[in-house]
Design a protein around this ligand. Structure first.
Ligand code: MEV
Length: 328
């Protein structure tokens, strides 16, 4: 058996726009998905997943739809999660040339599913890493990130960036622009997360932005303006100017809202954070529901979020310095 874990992430800046070649800056955070992979004697794939949402649930999935029990999570989310595992295992088969190999895969995750914290990228990275090592191949980090990106690209209907998967594979703060992926120096950031208990469908949200961008020139301009914010944000990050980072995050949230990917609860959590004195707050990830990220070095934002209607959980997150971890 091989066991790997990989971290989730928050976007300081640039989600959605990164799909169109603008830069983005995600940061890995200390919430992890751990994946155990064991080779089977037949060619079946059996997946056992626990705690893919903060509420926690258990799924036994034997590769057939009827193998899935009733669980308290939407069928489309469950399909998406299992799609990432299927696709990650296809990458393992492809990279090792072992086309008919079967696996038992067990997933444990602290990262809520589809909530903007990079659960799918973390599962893809950890599953490909553990699966290839189970067959005696250890991938370089860049190759692992590239293979995990192909998983997301396939499951998101052919539109994905390398940002989530590169960040999860390497850890730390990263900058991604097209296929140029690199690590960044980052100061310690006082990250607070608010979670509304919901989730968004990344594929659908990405398609919504694509349609808007094709229909309206000013939507395309909005995507470019997000790119400008990211470039300013990089300078603020390099200078350790957390106040400027916060201001730029507020701008970024406004533009994401204009692109239609925020929601009532995400907006109210963002406003609760700002009212409580956060230096900045924005949705993180694909949007539609899920999480916001704020910067605040006091406890005020966390406390205010815990009293905000629609916020189910508020917590601090530490930057994850390491990406994939090879545990066994
Ligand atoms: C999702 O976490 C981030 C998006 O930019 C999609 C992607 O980059 O693949 C919305």
């Amino acid at each position: 058996m091989a066991v790997s874990s990989a971290p989730g992430k928050v976007y300081l800046f640039g989600e959605h726009a990164v799909v169109y070649g603008e830069p983005a800056v995600p940061c890995a955070i200390e919430l992890r998905a751990r994946v155990d992979v064991e080779q089977r004697t037949d060619s079946k794939l059996r997946v056992h997943a626990e705690d893919l949402s903060l509420d926690g649930f258990t799924v036994e999935y034997a590769g057939e739809p009827e193998g899935r029990p009733d669980v308290d999570v939407s069928e489309s989310l469950l399909n998406a999660a299992m799609g990432y595992v299927d696709s990650a295992i296809e990458q393992v088969r492809d990279v090792t040339g072992e086309d008919d190999v079967g696996f038992d895969v067990t997933i444990e995750s602290d990262i809520p599913l589809g909530a903007g914290l990079g659960s799918s990228a973390a599962v893809a990275v950890a599953a490909i890493d553990a699966g290839t090592r189970e067959l005696g191949t250890t991938l370089e980090i860049d190759e692992l990130a590239e293979r995990a990106y192909r998983t997301e690209h396939e499951v998101q209907g052919g539109q994905a960036s390398r940002a989530d998967t590169f960040c999860s594979a390497t850890g730390g703060a990263v900058r991604v622009e097209g296929d140029d992926c690199r690590s960044l120096e980052a100061p310690e950031l006082p990250i607070v997360i608010g979670f509304d208990g919901g989730a968004g469908d990344t594929g659908e949200l990405v398609a919504g932005v694509r349609d808007l961008r094709e229909e309206y020139e000013f939507a395309a301009d909005t995507v470019e303006a997000i790119g400008d914010i990211v470039r300013r944000g990089e300078d603020a990050l390099a200078a350790g100017d957390i106040e400027e980072l916060g201001r730029l995050m507020n701008f970024n949230h406004g533009l994401l809202s204009a692109l239609g990917v925020s929601s009532r609860t995400l907006d109210s959590m963002v406003w609760a954070a700002r009212d409580a004195g956060a230096l900045g707050a924005k949705l993180t990830g694909a949007g539609g529901g899920g999480c916001i990220v704020g910067l605040d070095d006091t406890n005020e934002t966390e406390t205010a979020l815990s009293y905000t209607l629609g916020c189910e959980d508020a917590f601090r997150a530490e930057l994850a310095e390491t990406g994939v971890e090879r545990l066994e």
